[in-house]
Design a protein around this ligand. Structure first.
Ligand code: EPZ
Length: 430
């Protein structure tokens, strides 16, 4: 199993290309099940989760071709992938596939809308929390679906004639349930209004793509989304938006090590709240023509408190990385996690590097220390693992991160991007 060795101590200088967003690419790929025409996605990141979803969509009947020529944009390589699902050959998403990646559960929306039925395995819990699916069930039921749970599967059927537009207000904000409800409603009869919808940029990206396919969606990016159902969707060509979590991660890495880096091909407006927190911690951040410049020279890292929240709040997907940064601050900071109940597994691992963190309920208290010291640590989930990389970049000596398959789910060519900016990061294959 691969590991990553980081030898701490170097500043970061140079250019880091930002990839397409994993969390936009996944729902966009799933949207290809809504049409028998070809959906072409540009700027698709090369990640383990994307490859897994390609297998899942193939199982439903999608014909998928990856553009062999990698599209060069600055120093970045992105892929263009064509998805054509002339016929849905299987409306079942089996446990073996859904259990590997929670987002694959989202196929329930398109399958139900296009075929009138879906049998999808319950995804189960995962390392960061129990992650129930009640909101999906209630939302689809509001569109008229009959839903039964049987032997770990959800069996959903649409009324004869198809799903029926309705008004539904989510009792809690959910990114995934918003994606699914929006996709399902595109082919429903009549108008659907989703209240308390997730406002994440990835929801807006999906709505833009669906509209390019002929859907009639307004309000994405606000908490009320309206969808006028259409009878069919066509193909389209769509570019996946930049990864705001990757952007924030590297911005925090630069804030941690010091240095001067251009994050290329991204957009500061995707992560205002997180960038503001990094600024308050002492880094200078300025938008450039092609992305964002992050630099910190001289001054130390200041303690900053953050609370995670749905967009436009501070993203839970950057919480672990910010904690990594705060381990070296000059004082005491607090980080409160409000989205997932068990998203603090990095605390024990950061402690192995010398961090001083105490947990009280959903709040971590971080007492900054003047130095961290390299040690063997274990990745526990995607974002937790990259917080260990950020800490390792300034730890004295070597930090060896094991179980890096977690990193490969969501960070494209991480070691290459960091090494090019002067870090000493090496993948070790046993
Ligand atoms: C998406 O997950 C992201 N995944 C997550 O990123 C991200 O952490 C999360 O949104 C929050 O921003 C993808 O986009 C592929 P939710 P999702 O439904 O949609 C509860 C990463 O590291 N909930 O918005 O699964 C849920 O338990 C990943 O890239 C219910 O109670 O998250 C959580 O507490 C990890 N019932 C809260 O809502 C439901 O039916 C928000 O979850 C659904 C969700």
């Amino acid at each position: 199993m691969d590991r990553i060795r980081i030898t701490g101590g170097n500043e970061l200088h140079g250019i880091i290309p930002i990839s397409g967003a994993k969390n936009a690419a996944l729902p966009l790929m799933i949207a290809s099940l809504l049409t028998d025409d070809t959906l072409t996605l540009e700027n698709v990141p090369h990640l383990a989760d994307v490859e897994q979803l390609i297998r899942i969509l193939g199982n439903h009947g999608a014909d998928i071709s990856v553009n062999g020529r990698r599209e060069r944009q600055g120093e970045s390589y992105a892929r263009t992938i064509h998805f054509t699902c002339r016929n849905i050959v299987d409306t079942t998403a089996p446990y073996e596939l859904v259990s590997k990646m929670r987002a694959s559960f989202w196929v329930i929306g398109p399958l139900l809308a296009r075929e009138g039925r879906a049998r999808v395995s319950l995804p189960g819990g995962c390392a960061i929390g129990t992650r129930p699916v009640d909101l999906f069930i209630e939302g689809l039921a509001a569109l008229g679906a009959n839903i039964e749970i049987d032997s770990g599967y959800i069996n959903a059927t649409a009324p004869i004639g198809g799903l029926i537009g309705a008004r539904y207000v989510f009792p809690k904000v959910s990114v995934g349930a918003t994606h699914v409800m929006m996709m399902a409603a595109t082919l429903a009869n009549g108008t659907t209004t989703i209240g308390n919808a997730a406002r994440e940029p990835e929801v807006v990206d999906l709505a833009n793509c669906l509209n390019a396919m002929g859907a009639k969606i307004t309000g994405a990016g606000t908490s009320t989304i309206t969808i006028d159902g259409v009878t069919s969707l066509s193909g389209a060509r769509h570019r996946v938006l930049p990864d705001r979590i990757e952007t924030g991660t590297y911005a925090m890495a630069v804030a941690m090590t010091g240095g001067d880096v251009i994050l290329e091909g991204t957009d500061a407006s995707l992560l205002d709240t997180a960038l503001e927190a990094i600024r308050r911690a002492g880094a200078e951040i300025t938008p450039t023509e092609t992305g964002i410049r992050v630099y910190r020279n001289g001054g130390g890292i200041k303690p900053v408190d953050v609370v995670t929240d749905p967009f436009p709040g501070f993203p839970t997907d950057l919480q672990a990385q910010f904690m990594g940064l705060m381990t070296r601050s000059s004082g005491v900071s607090h980080i409160t996690e409000t989205i997932f109940e068990n998203r603090f597994m990095h605390v024990q691992e950061l402690a192995r590097l010398g961090a001083r963190i105490t947990l009280s309920g959903q709040t971590a208290k971080i007492e900054g220390v003047p130095r961290l010291k390299g040690a063997p640590v274990m990745a526990t989930d995607l974002r937790a693992s990259v917080s260990l990389v950020i800490a390792g970049l300034v730890a004295e000596g070597d930090t060896m991160v094991s179980r890096v398959y977690h990193l490969d789910r969501g960070f494209e060519r991480l070691e290459e991007k960091l090494t090019r900016c002067g870090a000493i990061v090496e993948r070790v294959t046993d």
